[in-house]
Design a protein around this ligand. Structure first.
Ligand code: GDP
Length: 304
């Protein structure tokens, strides 16, 4: 239900554009395909993913000789579902994590303002609800506000936050956090990191060092590198994904603020282009407004 609400803007806009794109046409022809291309690109699906979708539909039109515009919905739904399946192998429906890693360490990366702190807070809440013992680490030591904001979430969710003063070594905070998590028998650790993109080499070095130091405590940490992207920023989100995937091994994505945008297509484009699964989506500012991304639910709620 929250998903339906969260995607409402994207869905309404998409279908009103789509109906304009096929207006007065009964058959999918080159003109309809051109219009569809525009609709997808303007929904932030991204150019390369859009072309992939158009190619697949063209192939079907060529094979079946005729495709009515009334079938276009169903066919788009199928093709987008198939595309998502290439990167979304799992069918996660809840917030559970690999049980054989304890603590399961998630390093959270992303630039400031995308909703990183909020996503960490919401995740901490969900994990705790699943009966997991959660520890947070404030390894974004660059901004005092980042530490304070995370503290507010830690208090709200009632989970411990390991922090040092502003300007301290992020790797040292990460070390302390994992040490505390191990001694407390925690199930999951969420480590916030600084997201300064203006200096890529610095970012790469810093994230690399945080990782190496974490491995002194938990040999195979981090088990997940979660990149948080603001879904309402379109091409910026693509650009950030490009930069972060160059700086570190991103293993999963959280796309936030889908409730505030009419361009939910960004979810499809980003996971396709970077071959990284979208694991979570943010659909509001509240503590419950984070969802495990499920390709079936997404496609269903979008095309319903
Ligand atoms: P950070 O700088 O990346 O840590 O960003 P914050 O977590 O502080 O979030 C920045 C702003 O975005 C805050 O006002 C959040 O409430 C808001 N925000 C985060 N996630 C979502 C979301 O999914 N939907 C909406 N509408 N707002 C969000």
């Amino acid at each position: 239900e929250t998903l339906d609400k969260g995607l409402e803007k994207s869905k309404t806009t998409f279908f009103s554009k789509l109906s304009k794109a096929v207006a007065g046409k009964s058959k999918v022809d080159d003109e309809v395909l051109d219009n569809l291309e525009e609709v997808l690109v303007s929904s932030d699906v991204g150019v390369s993913t859009t072309l992939k979708i158009i190619d697949r539909i063209e192939e079907r039109v060529a094979r079946d000789k005729y495709m009515g515009t009334d079938e276009l919905n169903a066919i788009l739904r199928e093709e987008i579902g198939a595309l998502l399946s290439e990167t979304q192998s799992g069918e996660a429906t809840d917030f559970s994590l690999a049980a054989d890693k304890k603590p399961y360490v998630i390093m959270v990366v992303g630039v400031n303002g995308v909703g990183k702190t909020t996503t960490i807070g919401k995740l901490a809440h969900q994990f705790k609800n699943q009966g997991m013992k959660v520890v947070l680490g404030a390894a974004d030591t660059f901004r005092a506000a980042a530490i304070d904001q995370l503290q507010i979430w830690a208090d709200r969710v009632s989970v411990p936050l390991i922090k040092q003063k502003m300007g301290s070594d992020p790797a040292s905070v990460a070390f302390d956090t994992l040490s505390a998590a191990v001694s407390q028998g925690a199930d999951v650790v969420l480590i916030d990191t600084a997201g300064r993109l203006h200096n890529k080499v610095n970012l790469m070095n810093e994230l690399g060092k945080v990782k190496r130091v974490m491995q002194k405590v938990v040999g195979d940490a981090p088990h997940e590198v979660l990149l948080v992207l603001d879904g309402s920023t379109g091409q910026n989100a693509f650009e950030q994904a490009k930069q972060f995937t160059k700086a570190t091994d991103v293993t999963s994505l959280a796309v936030t603020k889908l409730d505030g945008t009419a361009k939910g297509g960004v979810v499809i484009g980003i996971s396709d282009q970077f071959r990284i699964p979208v694991k979570y989506i943010g659909v509001g500012e509240g503590i419950e407004d984070l969802q495990v991304f499920n390709k079936y639910e997404f496609v269903d709620s979008f095309f319903k």
